[in-house]
Design a protein around this ligand. Structure first.
Ligand code: GAP
Length: 453
């Protein structure tokens, strides 16, 4: 079978309703994609796997869902307004605009090969907004380019609502927006994407220990929860550190074109809480609302036992959810030769991630007795609340199996004429294509075993 490529995934996503080009009927919009019926399910299941691991399985992390649009000052004091930019160059011959640090050869245009390239200039990545009735349309808000900053600005709110001793964390999953110069690689680099980020607040003397702990924890999650083989993942330390970072390591996945970043694990020190503490004080002085001189300690932490007051260090884990979905699909995508010139595409997803958990298929169409039994099984399975269950009533069993193989449904339940006689059905397993005959009354228990297995 030929090696799988991102294009195989693009074609499957369109054909089976995982991902569509954004604004497609009007020619599309670079770097924006719409998620279809099975894409939303897969994304939701990845999010749930992350939320379960980061929040429900622990007692030291709280959840948060902050606004996507925020006051310009947040992004001024976070350092993004001045510094969140990429080096943009332009080809003088063909006009192609490129991100200099991602060019194949920085002396030549990626498009036409010309060596006449402009000097780089800083290109602001944040999408500015002018919201409300501003007099001059000036930017007074931004779409957030990461979830992290909106977590730092809620540090005190969360801690006041739910007191914690250090170390503790705040986790968010949500959209982020960046005006990327060159979106690429399908959903790999987009202008609107989704992040799942944890900010873990630690005592400054314990930063290295927790950075290491989170590197190990996150790598294990990629293997155990997403089913990515360990040999397709690696750590890659950043060569150049961002101004706020003491250490930064990416988790990279081996895409068909080579290893690339899917998650970052950063030691951000006290940079963020520190700069927002400073920013808030400046704002209060400016706005004449400074009530007490203590306000420089607003985003600090007081140890209830020792009384020590300090700004915690932050260990951040920052995953791209869309990149995770792409890696999961690439890993699961399999083309199988079935002999006699037949083949199939099958998405060998972990059952927990599968968009549809089970399909119920009457063998023949328009046979009311078969449909009634199938509908009853469907309703019983829905009561399990394990996710999406589908009933197929086209009567074309081969076509139904093909469709469910391609969207990764772990098991199909076929209702046939024998069912009417002995109340048994056939379970057909996605990966092995093996079939087993079981009593209708045992179906829910068996499906639970398969989905949780
Ligand atoms: N708060 C830190 C932060 O935002 P980042 O490395 O810029 O760090 C974290 O982003 C993750 O978000 C990346 O590892 C990547 O998976 C994802 N990501 C970043 N930019 C993206 C884009 N334009 N499209 C899709 N995913 C992106």
């Amino acid at each position: 079978m030929p090696a799988k490529t991102v294009n195989d995934i693009v074609a499957l996503c369109k054909r089976r309703g995982f991902i569509f080009t954004g604004s497609e009927i009007y020619g599309g919009l670079g770097g924006a994609y719409d998620y279809g019926p099975y894409g939303v399910e897969l994304m939701k299941n990845i999010r749930n796997a992350w939320w379960n691991a980061m929040i429900y399985s622990r007692n030291d992390v709280e959840g948060l869902d902050a606004a996507l649009i925020s006051n310009r000052l947040l992004w001024k004091y976070s350092g993004h307004e001045a510094g969140f930019s990429d080096p943009l160059v332009e080809c003088k011959k063909c006009g192609t605009r490129m991100r200099q640090d991602k060019m194949k050869d920085q002396t030549k245009c990626d498009n036409c090969g010309s060596t006449e390239i402009t000097e780089p200039r800083a290109y602001q990545l944040m999408m500015g907004l002018s919201i409300g009735a501003t007099a001059d349309g000036a930017i007074n808000a931004y779409l957030r380019p990461e979830t992290a900053t909106t977590t730092y600005t809620n540090f005190k709110n969360v801690l006041d609502a739910k007191p914690h001793k250090l170390p503790f964390g705040i986790a968010q999953i949500g959209k982020a927006f960046r005006n990327e110069i060159s979106p690429r690689g399908f959903v790999f680099r987009m202008r609107e994407f989704e992040q799942a980020e944890l900010q873990y607040f630690v005592h400054p003397t314990q930063d290295e220990q927790y950075h290491k702990m989170w590197m190990e924890t996150r790598l294990a999650w990629w293997v155990n929860e997403l089913g990515i083989p360990a040999e397709k993942l690696r750590f890659m330390p950043h060569e150049k550190l961002a101004h706020y970072a003491k250490a930064a390591v990416d988790i990279e996945y081996e895409f068909p074109d080579g290893f690339d970043e899917v998650e970052g694990i950063h030691n951000r020190q006290d940079f963020d809480l520190g700069s927002h503490t400073k920013g808030q004080k400046e704002f209060e002085i400016h706005a004449n609302v400074l009530e007490n001189k203590d306000s420089t300690t607003k985003l600090s932490y007081s140890d209830p036992q020792t009384g020590e007051n300090f700004i915690p260090y932050v260990i951040e884990t920052a995953m791209g959810v869309n990149r995770a979905m792409l890696a999961v699909m690439l890993e699961a995508y399999t083309e199988e030769d079935l002999g006699d010139g037949k083949s199939r595409v099958v998405l060998k997803l972990k059952p927990k991630l599968a968009p549809v958990k089970a399909a119920v298929i009457p063998l023949a169409r328009n046979v009311p007795e078969l449909l009634e039994i199938a509908t009853n099984i469907e309703n019983d399975l829905r009561k399990l609340a394990i996710g999406r269950i589908e009933l197929e009533n086209s009567g074309n069993i081969g076509k139904n199996y093909r469709r469910h193989d391609e969207i990764g449904t772990p098991v199909c339940i076929t209702v046939d004429h024998q069912t009417m006689e002995d109340k048994t059905v056939t379970l057909r397993h996605r990966d092995s294509m093996a079939q087993e005959r079981i009593a209708i009354q045992d179906v829910p228990k068996r499906i639970l075993e398969i989905v949780n297995g």
